[in-house]
Design a protein around this ligand. Structure first.
Ligand SMILES: Nc1nc2c(ncn2[C@@H]2O[C@H](COP(=O)(O)OP(=O)(O)OP(=O)(O)O)[C@@H](O)[C@H]2O)c(=O)[nH]1
Ligand SMILES: [Mg+2]
Length: 177
């Protein structure tokens, strides 16, 4: 039996806590606090340290799921949480006024981890804001993300989250982790 650690990150409200809720086989451990006024317009709570969940694969392997806080003032947790991880699932909220800027920011912040492991991008909340499309993301970022699996997903959907994890494990296996 193998154990893997995967990290969910991305901006505030992109669905990291929701994603782990959707896919975890155990009730997740959350560290949420009441959101400040700015965030409160979108949701009541925000992650201040981490989320933790886990899922068992059919072959008996266990995938440990860690969610980071989205707020940059808690970014000291990002490096702590990536340690020992085999890959990153980056969730980007498509309703953000500048989703490209948000994606750039997180690709930069996690660049060392991405360089040494693997990454999958999930574009969330596209049902609320269909643009930019995945084609627009590829057109804007070109080579930078051409090798990265990128999907439109709903963090509330277990099957969508399972697809992201499968894509990440598939990429990681091809790197022979
Ligand atoms: N309509 C819609 N809502 C979504 C989708 N994905 C996530 N959500 C909702 O968006 C919100 C995301 O909130 P969280 O999961 O707390 O976001 P987070 O990334 O953990 O945010 P922080 O912890 O503050 O960084 C929740 O209310 C979800 O139900 C989606 O694809 N469509
Ligand atoms: Mg959260």
């Amino acid at each position: 039996m193998d154990n893997y650690k995967i990290i969910f990150s991305g901006p505030v409200g992109s669905g990291k806590t929701t994603a782990i809720d959707s896919i975890s086989d155990i009730p997740p451990v959350k560290t949420e606090a009441k959101a400040s006024d700015e965030i409160k317009q979108v949701k009541d709570n925000t992650t201040v340290a981490m989320d933790y969940g886990m899922m068992k694969l059919d072959n008996g392997d266990v995938v440990h799921l860690y969610g980071t806080p989205g707020q940059e003032r808690f970014d000291f947790m990002w490096e702590i949480l990536t340690q020992g991880g085999i890959g990153l699932i980056l969730l980007i909220d498509n309703t953000n006024p500048s989703p490209f800027t948000e994606l750039s920011k997180f690709l930069m912040a996690f660049s060392d981890f991405i360089d040494s492991t693997d990454i999958v991008i999930g574009i969330t909340r596209s049902d609320l804001c269909p643009n930019p499309t995945t084609t627009d993301y590829h057109a804007h970022f070109g080579e930078t993300i051409s090798h990265i699996p990128l999907f439109t997903v709903d963090a509330r959907s277990r099957s969508d989250m399972a697809m992201l994890i499968e894509a990440l494990l598939f990429s990681a296996e091809s790197l022979q982790i």
